[in-house]
Design a protein around this ligand. Structure first.
Ligand SMILES: O=C(O)CCC(=O)C(=O)O
Ligand SMILES: [Fe+2]
Length: 189
């Protein structure tokens, strides 16, 4: 059994597994090279703005989120390799993965819940991290906050009713100059 840390079990569960993938597997560079990255945009008062964060969506189902339609690109072998290990660890099967590329610590993702209607409600979301360690914050609607550092090769599982009661973010960390890739494997309707 792998080492694991249960961060909360209140209104959903969050479990952290460090060191699931070894640095020698070189997934950061393989994903950086193989994936078709797109600069993320957000619409504010009708105007589109480019973000520093880049994303990619792979799998067998299209995904609508924050006003955009992400057309699924077919699975890559490197993604299937990672998916197989994550499915074994979490006892779940995933139809899609959202990848986020953070070039440095100035790149962040704001408070949100992963509750889009294309996702099966309350199904597990498995979040895999490569590269720079970044802080991951969770905030319950009643104000309780939790944080965990997501290290290279780790897997974080969010499950149950979590997305209905908690939001999460990856905040700006100015001192971090190194890039990071995160993959969130999702169960789609
Ligand atoms: O980069 C992370 O650790 C989280 C990404 C995330 O929350 C998302 O893609 O919905
Ligand atoms: Fe998220």
């Amino acid at each position: 059994m792998e080492a694991k840390l249960q961060l909360t079990n209140r209104n959903g569960s969050v479990i952290y597994f460090p060191g699931i993938f070894a640095p020698s597997q070189d997934y950061f560079n393989r994903l950086k090279t193989a994936c078709c990255w797109q600069t993320e945009k957000v619409q504010v008062f009708g105007k589109w703005h480019k973000l520093r964060r880049q994303t990619a969506w792979y799998g067998t189902a299209d995904y609508r989120y924050s006003g955009q339609l992400k057309t699924a690109q077919p699975w890559l072998s490197v993604l299937l390799e990672i998916k197989a290990q994550v499915e074994e660890l979490t006892n779940e099967s995933y139809q899609g993965v959202l990848l986020n590329y953070y070039p440095d610590g100035l790149t962040a993702i704001g408070w949100h819940a992963d509750d889009e209607r294309d996702l099966v409600p309350n199904a597990a979301i498995a979040s895999v991290s490569f590269g720079a360690t970044r802080r991951f914050d969770l905030r319950h609607f009643d104000g309780e906050q939790l944080s965990v550092n997501l290290e290279d090769g780790s897997v974080l599982i969010m499950a149950g009713e979590l997305q209905q009661y908690w939001k999460h973010q990856v905040p700006v960390q100015r001192k971090i100059k190194e890039p990071r890739i995160n993959l969130t494997f999702r169960v789609m309707t």
